[in-house]
Every structure is written in C-alpha cells, then in structure tokens.
Design a protein around this ligand. Structure first.
Ligand code: LHQ
Length: 257
C-alpha cells in the first residue's frame, strides 16, 4: 500500500524502510506522508512495541529530493505542509523509535534521524548537515534536536561548515548511541530493537514525555507531571510483573500493557 517506503511488522517490531534507493532515499512529499502514516499505524498497533526506521540500499536518507526543488517552491510551505506533520507524528509517538542509520543521513535525512529516540549507526553511516551547501538553514527540527545532543557551539559548527561526521565521531560526540560493525549489521539492529520491545512499553512512553517536558516546565510543574506519569506507570501490568518477579527472584516478562 506504500510506494516510497516499505513497512513490515514482525515480532513486536515495526520496520520502516525508506525506499527510494536510486536517490539515496531522498524525500518527496509522498514519502513525508507515508512515513507519517506508518508511524501513526505503528503507534496504534498493539502488537508494536518498538519502531525502527532505516534505509534501503547504501544510504539512510539524503534529505529533500533536490530535483523537485524549483523557483516556484515555497520552502516554508513545504515544511509546514509535509515535513511538519511527519515530525509531529514522530514526536507524539509514545513507543521507542530507533533510527538504524545504515549509510549517509544528509539534510532533512539527518533531521529525521535526530527526531528519533535512538540512533544506532553502521560503520558506513555518516551525518551531514548539508543545508548550508545549498544555501539553506537546517530545518525539520534539526537545530532543536541537535543542540540537545551536542550543545550550541558544536551545532553551529556542524551547520555552518556542513562537514561529514563519520560514524565513530558521531558516537564520540553523543550524536549516536551505538556503533555496529558491518558484519553484525543487521542482526545487531534486530537485537537492539528486540531488547527495547521487551521492556515496559508504557513506562518508556512516560519517560519520553517527562524528558520532553524538562526544559519547558517550572520545577513545581515538572514534579507534578512526574507524579501524574508515575501514577499511570504504577497502574500497568508491567509494573505488577516487575514487583512480582523481584519478589520471586526471577527475570520479569513484560507484556507492554
Ligand atoms: C539525490 C539526492 C537528493 C536528489 C543524492 N536529491 N537526488 C526542506 C524543504 C524544502 C526544500 C529544501 O530542503 C529541505 C530540506 C533539505 O533536506 S535541504 C538538503 C538536501 N540534501 C542535500 O543537499 C544532500 C544532497 N546529496 C549529497 O550531498 C550527496 O548525494 C550525499 C553526500 C548525500 C551522498 O554523496 P555520494 O555518496 O557521493 O552519492 P551521489 O552524490 O553520487 O548520489 C547518488 C545518486 O543519488 C545521484 O544520482 P545519479 O543519478 O547521479 O546516480 C544523486 O544525484 C542522487 N541524490 N542525494 N537530496
């Protein structure tokens, strides 16, 4: 049913493959829309407890398809109409989202990786804030997420010089969580997603919500949000299972409920 992505649900994991390999998985409006729809579907699917976004072929995503850009294009409106809805859908998703960065992530492709909760990278991966090379500013939430990960000064440097960041450097500077070797990719990606999918899914959603609120709330309001979140977590079956398993000196088996 999708044309620009491939979407597969297996063993509690939703796999979303960006699928325009001949253009290094560059974004067209349809792909923005299909990514949004796939994330929405995964959010509502009770089977799904982890989402993985990756690229077909040798790239993760090369950003906006530049062959679609012409003088008539209102870039701001493209962001409002196509990228914004996709990013909002990702942001409100309560399930863990992993960017499995298999190759280059450039421009809005870098932004997409930044919008995910975790970035795991293959040795072939790289990040590139390519916008400056076409006279643009980083968009699609890029600077918002980038400053949270690497701070103001480094975000400025990466955006102004637009140099390629190799996978190992990305891990060193806190842009990526884990470097995976070529030989064990994609098995290690599956293992990472499987580990996330076996954790208390509802608690993960509440942790994501609390973290997003950190910089926007007063101390008092944050403590109240935390209390509300913990009340909800305290009512889950996974909480009950965690306590029971501890008392019975065994490993917990979480259901995500
Ligand atoms: C591509 C692309 C591409 C089309 C590779 N488009 N064909 C938002 C709102 C509105 C408007 C504007 O933008 C935005 C946000 C943005 O994302 S702006 C930034 C857009 N992205 C870029 O500027 C990156 C452009 N691509 C590159 O710099 C390189 O292709 C990278 C560094 C990603 C990869 O380099 P290589 O590994 O050397 O591959 P390549 O350049 O040879 O590309 C392979 C093919 O893919 C090639 O086609 P061809 O027919 O010659 O084989 C490229 O034309 C095509 N391709 N990126 N974004």
């Amino acid at each position: 049913m999708f044309e620009t992505i491939r979407y597969v649900v297996k063993d509690n994991i939703a796999w979303l493959y960006l699928n325009r390999p001949e253009k290094l998985n560059a974004f067209v409006a349809k792909m923005n829309h299909e990514v949004k729809e796939a994330i929405k579907s995964a959010s509502f699917d009770e089977q799904v407890r982890c989402i993985v976004i990756t690229g077909e072929g040798r790239a993760f995503c090369s950003g906006q398809d530049l062959s679609e850009v012409d003088e008539q294009m209102d870039h701001g409106q493209v962001l409002r109409d196509h990228y914004g809805p996709m990013l909002k859908q990702i942001s409100k998703c309560e399930k863990p989202i992993v960017a499995a960065v298999n190759g280059v992530a450039a421009g809005a492709g870098f932004s997409l990786a930044l919008a995910c909760d975790f970035r795991i990278v293959s040795e072939r991966a790289s990040f590139l804030n390519a916008f400056i090379h076409v006279g643009l500013i980083p968009d699609s939430g890029n600077l918002l997420y980038l400053t949270q990960l690497v701070g103001h000064s480094k975000a400025l440097e990466l955006s102004v010089f637009g140099e390629k960041i190799p996978a190992s450097a990305a891990v060193e500077m806190g842009l990526a969580n884990l470097l995976i070797s070529e030989e064990t990719w994609p098995d290690d990606v599956t293992a990472y997603a499987t580990k996330l999918a076996a954790l208390p899914t509802k608690a993960i959603g509440l942790i994501k919500k609390s973290l997003k609120a950190v910089s926007n709330l007063s101390f008092e309001d944050y403590l109240e949000l935390e209390a509300q979140g913990q009340r909800v977590a305290g009512l889950t079956m996974d909480h009950r299972e965690g306590i029971q398993a501890f008392m019975e000196k065994r490993k917990p088996v979480f259901s995500g409920k």
